[in-house]
Ligand binder design. Structure first.
Ligand SMILES: C[S@@+](CC[C@H](N)C(=O)[O-])C[C@H]1O[C@@H](n2cnc3c(N)ncnc32)[C@H](O)[C@@H]1O
Length: 237
Protein backbone atom coordinates (compact mmCIF):
# COMPACT_ATOMS: atom_id res chain seq x y z
CA UNK A 1 0.00 0.00 0.00
CA UNK A 2 1.34 3.44 -0.98
CA UNK A 3 1.77 5.95 1.81
CA UNK A 4 1.16 9.54 0.71
CA UNK A 5 1.62 12.77 2.65
CA UNK A 6 -1.37 15.05 3.07
CA UNK A 7 -0.47 18.61 2.05
CA UNK A 8 -3.17 21.20 2.83
CA UNK A 9 -0.63 24.00 2.17
CA UNK A 10 -1.70 24.05 -1.48
CA UNK A 11 -4.67 26.11 -0.30
CA UNK A 12 -2.51 28.65 1.49
CA UNK A 13 -2.33 31.03 -1.45
CA UNK A 14 -1.23 34.65 -1.17
CA UNK A 15 -3.55 36.62 -3.45
CA UNK A 16 -7.17 36.75 -4.55
CA UNK A 17 -6.09 35.79 -8.08
CA UNK A 18 -4.26 32.67 -6.82
CA UNK A 19 -7.23 31.79 -4.62
CA UNK A 20 -9.66 32.03 -7.55
CA UNK A 21 -7.34 29.90 -9.68
CA UNK A 22 -7.29 27.01 -7.19
CA UNK A 23 -10.97 27.33 -6.24
CA UNK A 24 -12.23 27.02 -9.82
CA UNK A 25 -9.61 25.50 -12.12
CA UNK A 26 -10.04 26.01 -15.90
CA UNK A 27 -12.05 23.11 -17.39
CA UNK A 28 -12.84 22.36 -21.03
CA UNK A 29 -13.04 25.74 -22.73
CA UNK A 30 -13.98 27.66 -19.56
CA UNK A 31 -11.42 29.83 -17.78
CA UNK A 32 -11.41 30.39 -14.01
CA UNK A 33 -13.10 33.80 -14.49
CA UNK A 34 -15.77 32.39 -16.78
CA UNK A 35 -16.51 29.56 -14.34
CA UNK A 36 -16.73 32.07 -11.48
CA UNK A 37 -19.18 34.24 -13.41
CA UNK A 38 -21.38 31.39 -14.64
CA UNK A 39 -21.27 28.90 -11.79
CA UNK A 40 -21.77 31.27 -8.84
CA UNK A 41 -25.31 32.50 -9.70
CA UNK A 42 -26.21 29.00 -10.92
CA UNK A 43 -25.32 27.40 -7.55
CA UNK A 44 -27.34 30.09 -5.79
CA UNK A 45 -30.33 29.19 -7.98
CA UNK A 46 -29.95 25.50 -7.09
CA UNK A 47 -29.95 26.33 -3.38
CA UNK A 48 -32.89 28.72 -3.70
CA UNK A 49 -34.96 26.09 -5.50
CA UNK A 50 -35.25 24.15 -2.24
CA UNK A 51 -34.72 26.66 0.51
CA UNK A 52 -36.05 30.10 1.43
CA UNK A 53 -33.24 32.29 2.72
CA UNK A 54 -33.99 35.39 4.77
CA UNK A 55 -32.09 37.82 6.96
CA UNK A 56 -32.22 35.60 10.05
CA UNK A 57 -30.88 32.53 8.24
CA UNK A 58 -27.54 31.39 9.65
CA UNK A 59 -25.46 29.63 7.00
CA UNK A 60 -22.34 27.56 7.56
CA UNK A 61 -20.14 27.76 4.45
CA UNK A 62 -17.80 24.81 5.05
CA UNK A 63 -14.59 25.15 3.01
CA UNK A 64 -15.64 28.70 2.17
CA UNK A 65 -12.45 29.67 0.35
CA UNK A 66 -12.64 33.45 -0.09
CA UNK A 67 -16.40 33.42 0.44
CA UNK A 68 -17.48 33.34 -3.22
CA UNK A 69 -20.96 32.04 -2.33
CA UNK A 70 -21.19 33.69 1.09
CA UNK A 71 -20.74 37.11 -0.49
CA UNK A 72 -23.61 36.61 -2.93
CA UNK A 73 -25.96 35.15 -0.30
CA UNK A 74 -25.32 38.07 2.06
CA UNK A 75 -25.74 40.61 -0.75
CA UNK A 76 -29.08 39.09 -1.76
CA UNK A 77 -30.61 38.15 1.60
CA UNK A 78 -28.67 39.99 4.28
CA UNK A 79 -28.32 36.56 5.93
CA UNK A 80 -25.50 35.65 8.34
CA UNK A 81 -22.65 33.40 7.18
CA UNK A 82 -19.92 31.55 9.09
CA UNK A 83 -17.13 30.78 6.63
CA UNK A 84 -15.03 27.83 7.80
CA UNK A 85 -11.72 27.05 6.12
CA UNK A 86 -8.47 25.31 7.06
CA UNK A 87 -6.38 27.84 5.16
CA UNK A 88 -5.50 30.99 7.15
CA UNK A 89 -4.89 32.94 3.95
CA UNK A 90 -8.24 31.93 2.46
CA UNK A 91 -9.86 33.10 5.70
CA UNK A 92 -8.06 36.47 5.63
CA UNK A 93 -8.75 37.06 1.96
CA UNK A 94 -12.33 35.95 2.55
CA UNK A 95 -12.87 38.64 5.17
CA UNK A 96 -11.62 41.17 2.63
CA UNK A 97 -13.55 39.74 -0.35
CA UNK A 98 -16.90 39.36 1.45
CA UNK A 99 -16.37 42.57 3.40
CA UNK A 100 -19.56 42.37 5.44
CA UNK A 101 -20.50 42.61 9.12
CA UNK A 102 -22.66 39.54 8.46
CA UNK A 103 -19.60 37.36 7.75
CA UNK A 104 -17.23 35.69 10.17
CA UNK A 105 -14.47 33.26 9.27
CA UNK A 106 -12.81 30.59 11.41
CA UNK A 107 -10.86 27.35 11.39
CA UNK A 108 -12.93 24.11 11.54
CA UNK A 109 -11.67 23.40 15.08
CA UNK A 110 -13.27 26.61 16.32
CA UNK A 111 -16.73 25.40 15.38
CA UNK A 112 -17.07 22.97 18.28
CA UNK A 113 -16.10 25.72 20.73
CA UNK A 114 -18.50 28.28 19.27
CA UNK A 115 -21.46 26.01 20.00
CA UNK A 116 -23.52 27.43 17.12
CA UNK A 117 -26.49 25.78 15.44
CA UNK A 118 -27.01 26.75 11.82
CA UNK A 119 -30.02 26.62 9.48
CA UNK A 120 -28.24 25.75 6.27
CA UNK A 121 -24.85 24.34 5.26
CA UNK A 122 -22.96 24.81 1.99
CA UNK A 123 -20.11 22.40 1.23
CA UNK A 124 -19.03 23.24 -2.31
CA UNK A 125 -15.92 21.64 -3.84
CA UNK A 126 -14.49 20.90 -0.40
CA UNK A 127 -15.29 17.40 0.94
CA UNK A 128 -13.33 15.91 -1.97
CA UNK A 129 -10.20 17.55 -0.49
CA UNK A 130 -10.59 16.63 3.19
CA UNK A 131 -8.16 14.12 4.73
CA UNK A 132 -10.80 12.47 6.93
CA UNK A 133 -14.15 13.55 5.45
CA UNK A 134 -16.18 11.55 7.98
CA UNK A 135 -14.76 13.82 10.72
CA UNK A 136 -15.72 16.92 8.72
CA UNK A 137 -19.22 15.55 8.11
CA UNK A 138 -19.63 14.77 11.83
CA UNK A 139 -18.47 18.24 12.73
CA UNK A 140 -20.97 19.75 10.28
CA UNK A 141 -23.75 17.47 11.58
CA UNK A 142 -23.24 18.62 15.17
CA UNK A 143 -23.63 22.30 14.19
CA UNK A 144 -26.88 21.85 12.30
CA UNK A 145 -30.31 22.61 13.74
CA UNK A 146 -32.57 19.56 13.64
CA UNK A 147 -34.40 20.87 10.53
CA UNK A 148 -31.26 22.11 8.75
CA UNK A 149 -30.16 21.06 5.27
CA UNK A 150 -26.77 20.65 3.65
CA UNK A 151 -26.10 21.53 0.00
CA UNK A 152 -23.10 19.67 -1.42
CA UNK A 153 -21.25 20.05 -4.72
CA UNK A 154 -18.42 17.62 -5.12
CA UNK A 155 -16.17 15.76 -7.50
CA UNK A 156 -17.14 12.11 -7.96
CA UNK A 157 -13.52 11.20 -7.24
CA UNK A 158 -11.52 12.25 -4.24
CA UNK A 159 -8.91 14.95 -4.85
CA UNK A 160 -6.78 15.00 -1.71
CA UNK A 161 -3.77 17.32 -1.81
CA UNK A 162 -0.53 15.38 -1.29
CA UNK A 163 3.16 16.11 -1.67
CA UNK A 164 3.68 13.12 -4.01
CA UNK A 165 2.16 11.79 -7.25
CA UNK A 166 1.28 14.99 -9.07
CA UNK A 167 -0.08 16.61 -5.89
CA UNK A 168 -3.62 15.15 -5.78
CA UNK A 169 -4.68 11.66 -4.67
CA UNK A 170 -7.84 9.57 -4.83
CA UNK A 171 -8.08 7.40 -1.71
CA UNK A 172 -11.30 5.75 -2.91
CA UNK A 173 -13.54 7.06 -0.12
CA UNK A 174 -17.11 7.33 -1.37
CA UNK A 175 -18.50 10.71 -0.30
CA UNK A 176 -22.06 9.98 -1.27
CA UNK A 177 -22.11 6.90 1.03
CA UNK A 178 -20.69 8.91 3.90
CA UNK A 179 -23.34 11.59 3.42
CA UNK A 180 -26.10 9.00 3.11
CA UNK A 181 -24.92 7.29 6.33
CA UNK A 182 -25.27 10.51 8.26
CA UNK A 183 -28.05 12.51 6.60
CA UNK A 184 -31.29 11.95 4.75
CA UNK A 185 -30.78 12.48 1.02
CA UNK A 186 -33.58 14.53 -0.54
CA UNK A 187 -32.03 15.22 -3.94
CA UNK A 188 -29.06 14.13 -6.01
CA UNK A 189 -28.31 15.38 -9.51
CA UNK A 190 -25.84 16.54 -12.12
CA UNK A 191 -24.76 20.13 -12.66
CA UNK A 192 -25.98 21.52 -15.99
CA UNK A 193 -23.26 20.91 -18.58
CA UNK A 194 -24.35 23.99 -20.53
CA UNK A 195 -23.38 26.14 -17.54
CA UNK A 196 -20.48 24.39 -15.84
CA UNK A 197 -18.89 22.67 -18.89
CA UNK A 198 -19.04 19.05 -19.94
CA UNK A 199 -16.00 17.97 -17.95
CA UNK A 200 -17.25 19.47 -14.68
CA UNK A 201 -20.77 18.10 -15.12
CA UNK A 202 -19.50 14.59 -15.92
CA UNK A 203 -17.03 14.49 -13.05
CA UNK A 204 -19.22 15.82 -10.26
CA UNK A 205 -22.53 15.60 -8.44
CA UNK A 206 -24.62 17.92 -6.34
CA UNK A 207 -27.15 17.03 -3.72
CA UNK A 208 -29.22 18.11 -0.77
CA UNK A 209 -29.34 16.20 2.50
CA UNK A 210 -31.51 16.90 5.54
CA UNK A 211 -30.23 16.37 9.07
CA UNK A 212 -33.28 14.51 10.31
CA UNK A 213 -32.29 11.05 9.07
CA UNK A 214 -33.92 9.06 11.81
CA UNK A 215 -35.39 10.64 14.92
CA UNK A 216 -35.02 7.32 16.78
CA UNK A 217 -31.22 7.40 16.48
CA UNK A 218 -29.23 9.57 18.87
CA UNK A 219 -26.71 12.12 17.55
CA UNK A 220 -23.87 10.07 19.07
CA UNK A 221 -25.00 6.94 17.27
CA UNK A 222 -25.20 8.72 13.91
CA UNK A 223 -21.80 10.37 14.07
CA UNK A 224 -20.09 7.16 15.18
CA UNK A 225 -21.14 5.14 12.08
CA UNK A 226 -17.88 3.83 10.64
CA UNK A 227 -16.79 4.69 7.10
CA UNK A 228 -18.36 2.33 4.59
CA UNK A 229 -15.41 2.47 2.23
CA UNK A 230 -11.88 1.30 2.78
CA UNK A 231 -9.28 3.71 1.39
CA UNK A 232 -7.13 2.29 -1.42
CA UNK A 233 -4.07 4.10 -0.13
CA UNK A 234 -3.01 5.40 3.26
CA UNK A 235 -2.74 9.14 3.72
CA UNK A 236 -0.62 10.42 6.57
CA UNK A 237 -0.88 13.95 7.87
C1 LIG B 1 -11.92 24.32 -4.15
S1 LIG B 1 -11.99 25.41 -2.80
C2 LIG B 1 -13.73 25.79 -2.73
C3 LIG B 1 -14.04 27.10 -2.06
C4 LIG B 1 -15.52 27.50 -1.99
N1 LIG B 1 -16.34 26.47 -1.41
C5 LIG B 1 -16.04 27.87 -3.36
O1 LIG B 1 -16.67 27.02 -4.01
O2 LIG B 1 -15.81 29.00 -3.79
C6 LIG B 1 -11.77 24.33 -1.42
C7 LIG B 1 -11.60 25.06 -0.10
O3 LIG B 1 -11.75 24.11 0.96
C8 LIG B 1 -10.78 24.36 1.96
N2 LIG B 1 -10.56 23.12 2.70
C9 LIG B 1 -9.87 22.02 2.32
N3 LIG B 1 -9.93 21.06 3.27
C10 LIG B 1 -10.70 21.56 4.27
C11 LIG B 1 -11.14 21.07 5.52
N4 LIG B 1 -10.79 19.86 5.97
N5 LIG B 1 -11.91 21.86 6.29
C12 LIG B 1 -12.26 23.10 5.88
N6 LIG B 1 -11.86 23.63 4.70
C13 LIG B 1 -11.10 22.89 3.91
C14 LIG B 1 -9.57 24.88 1.18
O4 LIG B 1 -8.68 25.61 1.98
C15 LIG B 1 -10.24 25.70 0.08
O5 LIG B 1 -10.40 27.04 0.47
Amino acid sequence: MTVLTYNPNVFNISSIADARAIILTPEDDLTTDERWKLETPYLLELMEANYTFHENTVVLDYGAGIGRLAKELIKKYNCKVIGVDISPNMRSLGNYHVSSDNYVSCHPHMLQHLNVKVDYVIAVWVLQHCLAPKDDINQIYRCMKSDAQIFVVNNKNRVVPVTEEGYWADDGINLQSLLNNTFNNTFIGKLDQKIVSNAVSRGSFYGIWAKNKNPDRSEEEIVSVSDADIPVSTLSS
